[in-house]
Design a protein around this ligand. Structure first.
Ligand code: ADE
Length: 224
């Protein structure tokens, strides 16, 4: 999979891909992540990227030309399965969306700043708009990292069996059950007997029941 990320602040996104699982995915060639500094497409001597909104109002708007030029340069080089604009106005990211995106080859992510981007960028290029939750970030960069992380970890070969994505929260529509490791007792708190029993059928039943219990308590909406 190839992910191209367009941003005013690409340096903000470097470290998540330079550590641990994402780093290994990139090193193994399972994921390619390319950053594109929008400033290089800015207008005039000062490489201007934003301007005041028509009709007035607070905040600046990212101009159409720099984004259009950057996006067009990329789309002339390869076909993109999705051109995604990260915005609070988008559909809320969930595991189903991550699963769907993880079987695509080329994704482009556009990070907005200020009040957002000129509507014509969306009309011309954007195929999908995604939000990472009902709150507003200073820009789309951290949202792009969240989206890329959720997708890259699902690519075949990125996680090993022990880290398998198949047992994640949400993959079966349920939150994960409690988990324990050594010691068997800590400050009076004991690991549930069933997990020490070696009876794998019983353990699976307990895990499922706990997952249903926790999901019912915390996220009953997921059970619908
Ligand atoms: N940009 C600013 N806030 C955002 C959010 N919640 N999700 C995605 N992109 C954003």
């Amino acid at each position: 999979m190839r992910i191209d990320i367009i941003s005013v602040l690409p340096e903000l996104m470097e470290s998540p891909f330079q550590a641990s699982i994402l780093k290994r995915a990139v090193e193994k060639g399972l994921a390619e992540v390319h950053f594109h500094a929008l400033r290089e497409y800015g207008i005039g001597k000062y490489r201007k990227l934003d301007d005041e909104p028509y009709g007035g109002g607070a905040g600046m708007v990212m101009m159409v030309e720099p984004l259009d030029q950057c996006i067009s340069e990329l789309t002339s080089q390869r076909e993109y399965d999705e051109i995604i604009y990260l915005t609070p106005e988008g559909e809320t990211l969930n595991q189903k969306i991550a699963n769907t995106l993880s079987i695509r080859n080329n994704l482009m992510l556009i990070c907005g700043h200020y009040k957002g981007i000129d509507q014509r960028v969306r009309d011309l290029h954007v195929t999908r708009e995604i939000s990472i939750g009902d709150f507003v970030l200073t820009g789309g960069e951290l949202a792009a990292c969240v989206l890329a992380d959720s997708v890259i970890r699902l690519l075949p070969g990125v996680l090993n069996d022990e880290q398998s994505a198949l047992t994640d929260s949400f993959q079966d529509g349920l939150l994960s059950p409690p988990i324990y490791t050594r010691p068997e007792e800590y400050k009076g708190l004991r690991v549930p007997e069933v997990l020490l029993s070696g009876n794998f059928k019983k353990i699976e039943e307990w895990r499922h029941d706990e997952a249903v219990r926790i999901t019912t308590e915390r996220r009953p909406d997921l059970l619908k």
